[in-house]
Design a protein around this ligand. Structure first.
Ligand code: PNS
Length: 160
């Protein structure tokens, strides 16, 4: 059985994240979507709120669970007995940092493999920051986020 972890900030989740979750759930036996619980990082949504949104998104997939982690991803992956870390890539600009992270993680534990999944091209421009920016100016984020979490996002993003 191959267990994979899809880690991230998910502040908030977007259609791009949902697309990776769906595709990864079709490839791996078990998928854990893991929210970074990082007290130093300036997240708009608490890790509980981010996990709640992800639970709604992941509900249709029987082999997907949502969890939190803090500290090193590689240690969390070991605790979960996962051999695969999934990362989504949108553009070359993502690549350099993700490549470095993958090599650092391999140095920390060479048994765990990072697998990159290319974003669906229709979401290549999309990020959590873009969603927050558009929502903060009253723009319509409905095409950018799963309908199940639209209201939660709108209620939380401060208006400028
Ligand atoms: O959605 P993001 O913000 O791009 O996700 C980044 C994340 C959570 C995958 C990354 O920050 C991470 O793995 N953090 C845990 C700390 C860690 O293990 N860092 C890598 C070795 S220095």
């Amino acid at each position: 059985m191959v267990r994979a972890i899809y880690p991230g900030s998910f502040d908030p989740p977007t259609n791009g994240h949902q697309d990776i979750i769906k595709r990864a759930s079709e490839i791996f036996d078990q998928l854990t979507v893991a929210v970074l619980e990082n007290p130093r990082k300036d997240a708009l949504f608490s890790h509980e709120e981010r996990a709640e949104m992800l639970e709604k998104i992941c509900a249709p997939y029987d082999n997907v669970e949502v969890d939190y982690f803090r500290g090193l991803l590689i240690e969390y992956a070991n605790r979960k007995d996962a051999r695969i870390i999934i990362k989504g890539l949108r553009a070359m600009s993502d690549f350099e940092f993700e490549f470095q992270m993958a090599l650092v993680n391999r140095k920390l534990d060479s048994r765990i493999e990072t697998v990159f999944m290319m974003t669906n091209s229709k979401y290549s421009y999309l990020s959590s920051s873009i969603v927050k920016e558009i929502a903060s100016f009253g723009g319509d984020i409905r095409p950018l986020v799963p309908p199940k979490i639209y209201e939660i996002i709108i209620k939380k993003v401060p208006q400028q």
